[in-house]
Design a protein around this ligand. Structure first.
Ligand SMILES: Nc1ncnc2c1ncn2[C@@H]1O[C@H](COP(=O)(O)OP(=O)(O)OP(=O)(O)O)[C@@H](O)[C@H]1O
Ligand SMILES: [Mg+2]
Length: 316
């Protein structure tokens, strides 16, 4: 078994004077190249879990390993060097310029000035904030979405192998949000980081994540691939998170016949080519099958696989 980039071993966090643990005995492994979404209701322990990874909060019990090493035994600077953190509600320093905000960690690492300037401009380009216009502005003179983009740039500054993002796109309009999501997908394809992203948005989770971890009251209720979350929600709560997702509605609008691929899947449950992908989803759920045979889509025999259904929904 390869060493996980991040590993939680039965981690519990109890805050003083509270009745219930904020995080309750969670076990979780996240590998390099993997994007994991943490999703769940407000107060279920998502931010606390992230903050324990970079030791902004110390666990009450259990341990957390980064690249196989217990973070309690790592020098704080080298731990933070390996983690980029996008803070919920952005958390830029208001008295510092955009450039100085992005340069915080490079400065801690004593990069020279020219290298810092180059990197800041490169990152600003990457998040679509023209450097000449934005590098000397103050956070309060930016829109919420622009501030969030600076937050993402700051987290990426020293190209850390691990990226922790706490609702990084919450305040963005749908278009900017999609464009930044694409940016993250692109970064992940190129740089293969371990990414943990907290979100309230199941669609965002499905779009970005290889695995979705659903939390409830401090515990993990499901940790599975997006297709399994979608197709086999472990509890009514997980199902409720999918309830009025646009994705489900999208599936209702797409036809099985347009997405089936040639192949022989005799013996599999059948659907007509004119059925919707939502019908297919229901049939997968009812039968537990991995493949559906598609009837009447032309002369060729055609099949629809369960994972195909998911990737269609993810791309739509
Ligand atoms: N410093 C603290 N002292 C006491 N309780 C805290 C502290 N920080 C968080 N909590 C409690 O721990 C629980 C988990 O909080 P956390 O911030 O992790 O939730 P979250 O899942 O990130 O929620 P949201 O979606 O609203 O951001 C909550 O009940 C919260 O009130
Ligand atoms: Mg939070």
């Amino acid at each position: 078994m390869t060493t996980a980039a991040i590993e939680f071993k039965s981690v519990t966090k109890r805050f003083p004077k509270t009745d219930h643990p904020a995080v309750d005995r969670i076990d979780l492994r996240i590998h390099r190249g993997e994007t994991v979404a943490l999703i769940g209701a407000s107060g279920c322990g998502k931010t606390t879990s992230l903050k324990m990874i970079n030791r902004l909060i110390e666990p009450t019990e259990g341990s957390i390993l980064v690249n196989g090493q217990d973070i309690r035994h790592l020098p704080l600077l080298s731990l933070r060097r390996s983690l980029g953190y996008v803070i919920q509600h952005v958390g830029l320093f208001p008295h510092m310029t955009v450039a100085a905000n992005i340069a915080v960690v490079p400065k801690l690492l004593n990069w020279d000035k020219a290298r810092i300037t180059r990197r800041v401009d490169e990152l600003l380009e990457m998040v679509h904030l023209p450097p000449a216009e934005f590098r000397d502005r103050r956070p309060l003179d930016l829109s919420g979405g622009q501030q969030q983009r600076v937050g993402v740039a700051r987290a990426l500054a020293v190209d850390p192998p691990i990226l922790l993002m706490d609702e990084p796109f919450g305040a963005l309009d749908p278009i900017t949000r999609t464009s930044l999501q694409n940016e993250i997908l692109d970064i992940q394809r190129k740089l293969r980081k371990a990414i943990v992203i907290v979100t309230h948005d199941m669609e965002e989770a499905v779009r970005l994540a290889d695995r979705i971890v659903v939390m409830q009251a401090g515990g993990i209720v499901m940790d599975a691939s997006p297709s399994d979350i979608l197709l086999k929600p472990a509890t009514p709560f997980v199902a409720s998170l999918l309830g009025d997702s646009r994705m489900i509605k999208l599936l209702q609008t797409l036809k099985v016949g347009d997405h089936a691929t040639a192949g022989n899947c005799g013996g599999a449950p059948e659907l007509p080519a004119s059925a919707s992908l939502h019908d297919a989803l229901n049939l997968f759920l009812e039968t537990g099958a991995d493949t559906i045979a598609v009837r009447g889509g032309g002369a060729m025999a055609a099949c629809l696989r369960r994972d195909q259904l998911f990737s269609i929904a993810g791309e739509a």
